[in-house]
Ligand binder design. Structure first.
Ligand code: NAD
Ligand code: ZN
Length: 363
């Protein structure tokens, strides 16, 4: 590439930082990180806000985060620098930064292309600084390749939400024409799950709060169950001729659905746990689980190959889940709405700064 095409990378940038769990989120000027030999530096244009980011800020899980931390792991942007060992990603390429920032490459799981199970992973916006900043470092082997034809704002939610639900639907072993229940269908992952399920040929029943019914049905769900006003188990059975659903994808950030799902799952069906509510337990009646041959399993993001496939569905125009665009400075407000379950679909944040903020930074 001729020298004049190499983008100028600033020394400082804007990012959202917190020092302690549940402590203030500060939108401030921070240094631009430097990529290592096998990393790329990505100018993040848009970043989705996943409920995982809220769990990380609150310190909900039995896994330590880096502190202070820049959260975020659904970043879409443009490569502005590459480490000296990077050969297949170039300055100017459009890429996505995912939850799995890097993996060791040599453990049993990495060797069998199950890199989310790596024994020494780095996680974006958790163990390393993530996408709630303008410039983010990620391992070149792990960034998602995005064609320049797709808009980066709509692509951002695919990089965690889309990938995760696509993988969970594959793990459900459901076949085209079978019925899949999506619990938490109106949320970020849920709205994407309804769309991926439809594209994969499944029939879906969405479960969420009543105000999200119209959106979930418009995305392709055949039936909707309001968890706040209906008997969820009875309703799913009614919609499935008394048999229950072939598979259940649990995306809700609440414990109760993890204790109900086997009861509305069809015999020989599969319950896939994806949502990660704090301190929650799965429970099921042993007798019924055995004699009805129910499978209960977890599903955790997806591999690089799953990423490629999930991005492909999006590039082919099969996935268009709702998203709202805000500014990176508004992250705190988005967390408040998310906590109350008020967001239908995803919030995507634009990292560009207003001229006023820019002036302040230069002072
Ligand atoms: P979100 O806040 O956008 O959506 C959650 C939805 O669940 C909301 O629409 C809410 O109304 C609904 N809900 C709450 N209680 C419910 C109930 N009892 N029944 C049905 N619906 C209910 O969150 P999100 O970004 O979609 O993330 C969902 C969960 O998935 C989070 O816990 C997140 O950490 C987790 N996650 C897991 C993985 C993974 O790899 N396993 C990846 C990404 C996210
Ligand atoms: Zn996520």
């Amino acid at each position: 590439m001729p020298m004049h095409d190499v983008p100028e990378v600033p020394e400082v940038q804007w990012g959202q930082v917190f020092e302690k769990h549940g402590g203030p989120l500060t939108y401030k000027s921070i240094p631009v990180p430097k990529p290592g030999p096998d990393d790329v530096l990505v100018h993040i244009k848009y970043t989705g806000v996943c409920h995982t980011d809220l769990h990380a800020w609150k310190g909900d899980w039995p896994l330590d985060t880096k502190l202070p931390l820049v959260g975020g792991h659904e970043g879409a942007g443009v490569v502005v620098a590459v480490g000296e060992m990077v050969k297949d990603v170039h300055i100017g390429d459009h890429v996505g930064v995912k939850w799995l920032n890097s993996s060791c490459g040599v453990c049993d799981f990495c060797m069998s292309a199950q890199e989310p199970l790596c024994i020494a992973p780095q996680l974006s916006g958790y163990t390393v600084d993530g996408t709630f900043q303008q410039y983010c470092v990620a391992n070149a082997g792990h960034v998602a390749r995005l064609p320049k034809s797709v808009p980066l704002n709509a692509a951002a939610p695919i990089l965690c939400g889309g990938l995760t639900v696509y993988k969970a639907l594959k793990e459900s072993n459901a076949r085209p024409g079978e019925t899949v229940v999506i619990t938490g269908a109106g949320g970020g992952l849920g709205t994407l799950a309804v769309q991926y399920a439809k594209a994969m040929g499944f029939r879906t029943i969405g479960i969420d709060a009543g105000e999200k019914c119209d959106a979930v049905k418009q995305l392709g769900a055949e039936e909707f169950v309001d968890f706040q006003t209906e008997d969820v188990i009875e309703s799913v059975k009614r919609h499935t001729g008394g048999f229950g659903a072939h598979a259940v994808i649990l995306l809700a950030v609440s414990e109760k659905p993890f204790q109900q799902a086997t009861e509305y799952c069809r015999s020989h069906g599969t319950v896939v746990c994806v949502g990660l509510p704090a301190n929650a337990r799965i429970s099921a009646d042993v007798f019924s689980t055995v004699v009805r041959m129910i499978t209960i399993k977890g599903s955790y993001v997806g591999s690089r190959m799953d990423t490629k496939e999930a991005v492909d569905f999006f590039v082919r125009g099969l996935i268009s889940a709702p998203f709202k665009v805000g500014k990176l400075s508004e992250l705190g407000k988005v967390y408040e709405m998310m906590e109350k379950g008020q967001i239908t679909g995803r919030y995507v944040l634009d990292t560009s700064v207003s001229p006023e903020d820019q002036e302040k930074m230069e002072e």
